[in-house]
Design a protein around this ligand. Structure first.
Ligand SMILES: [Zn+2]
Length: 410
């Protein structure tokens, strides 16, 4: 089957030799290599490729005599993303895109074109690893972020999204909501590696998404006073590392107390000298909860603890949200259609909630969306250890092909 060849051809792009993890950040040479891979895979299948105004990739299998999906075309789209978190795994994102091409191969063997346009999408900057806003490509497409705000987003080196796009040959002036494109899409189904162990515990290879927990990221900047680690007395210090540490511990406590999740996975200490009290510590809090009240309570508890600790150490604190995504329930009608497509072919697929954000969640505000999950035996994700067994990947392709067949031919 074509999955293995597609998978192998994508695998070397952006892989770091020392960590074994992926560094596929948007609008970099690695990103360009992923885009070239997508374009090649589409060309090999006679699919029509276009890059939309927001830098998302689309490959179209057109019904006879119908080249551009028009408003109301009820196109059926599947896909995911090709970018990664720093040192991310091979499966998060690419599994959905590779499975989409492999599912198209399964359907092409049946010999006739779809009744409705069938598209494969790869959304740009889903992880927010470079510009700090998750699902940036689908947010721009669906109007969930202001284009001017997006253009000015800086990466860690101070390069803005507009500058990075322009350097990669994409006009940043055109970004923003694309109602015409969305009006042509009737359904978006995203296949994704599971980022947890629910399917492993249920002994099922495939699951169907029910909802995405509300989640967001908050930035905390603690500003103190740089000083000498050997001469500044403890009493005289204004050390921003201390309230930062209190905030990290508070995040763990708040999450445990509320049945939620909270993580501080990124921190920058400046100037970063071993023998100096830091001038400033910037940290990012990622928080997720089963509902919005719980999420609010967790974040309030962390920020309150951070403020109290900052005040007691005479440190300034500036804190605020970078992006917040409300709870998303996938379209119940589309979910039912997925469930019956799979049941008709004897594929067992339990329904699961998830704490992870996805483009399907952002797009759910505008079009019917649904998700399929493929079992991840360890549950580990955003790490080189992320994994799915080949047999489960094959089940994923068959499940996706079944769903697409019923949606695009039915
Ligand atoms: Zn993903």
């Amino acid at each position: 089957m074509s999955f293995a060849a597609l998978w192998e051809s994508l695998l070397p792009i952006g892989r770091d030799g020392s960590s074994g993890g992926y560094r596929r950040f948007s609008w970099t040479p690695e990103d360009a290599a992923c885009r070239a891979w997508f374009t090649r895979a589409a060309a090999e299948r006679d699919l029509r490729v276009l890059t939309d105004r927001n830098g998302n990739l689309w490959a179209w299998w057109d019904p006879p005599g119908d080249a551009v999906p028009q408003a109301g075309a009820k196109a059926v789209v599947t896909g995911s993303h090709l970018d990664s978190v720093p040192d991310g795994g091979a499966f998060d994102g690419p599994l959905g895109v590779v499975s989409a091409f492999a599912a198209v191969d399964v359907l092409r063997e049946r010999g006739h074109a779809p009744v409705r346009p069938l598209g494969i999408a790869a959304f740009s900057e889903e992880e927010g690893a470079r510009f700090g806003v998750a699902c940036l490509g689908s947010r721009l497409l669906s109007g969930a972020i202001d284009p001017g705000t997006a253009r000015a987003l800086p990466d860690a080196a101070g390069v803005t999204l507009a500058e990075a796009m322009a350097a990669a040959g994409h006009d940043p002036e055109g970004i923003g909501p694309d109602g015409d494109l969305l009006a042509a899409v009737g359904a978006y189904v995203e296949l994704h590696v599971e980022q947890g162990r629910a399917l492993a515990n249920l002994d099922a290879a495939i699951g169907i998404g029910e909802q995405i927990w509300p989640h967001g990221r908050w930035r905390l900047d603690f500003t103190g006073r740089p000083d000498h680690a050997g001469t500044a007395t403890l009493a005289d210090r204004r050390d921003p590392m201390l309230p930062f540490a209190a905030a990290v511990l508070a995040a763990r406590q708040a999450a445990a107390a509320h049945g939620a999740l909270a993580t501080v996975g990124r921190v920058i200490a400046e100037p970063g000298a071993v023998n100096a009290v830091s001038a400033r510590v910037s940290a990012w809090l990622d928080a997720r909860g089963p509902d919005e009240l719980v999420l609010r309570a967790v974040v309030d508890q962390v920020l309150t603890a951070a403020r109290e600790a900052a005040a007691s150490h005479h440190v300034e604190l500036e804190a605020g949200p970078e992006s917040v995504t409300p709870a998303v329930c996938f379209d119940p009608g589309l979910r039912e259609r997925l469930a019956s497509s799979l049941a008709a072919r004897g594929i067992q697929a339990p329904v699961l909630p998830t704490g992870a954000g996805h483009d399907a969640g952002v797009l759910a505000a505008r079009i019917p969306t649904a998700m399929l999950f493929v079992r991840n035996p360890t549950g580990v994700s955003h790490s080189p250890a992320e994994h799915a067994e080949p047999a489960d990947c094959a089940s994923g392709v068959q499940a996706l092909a079944a769903v697409l067949e019923d949606l695009a031919w039915g």
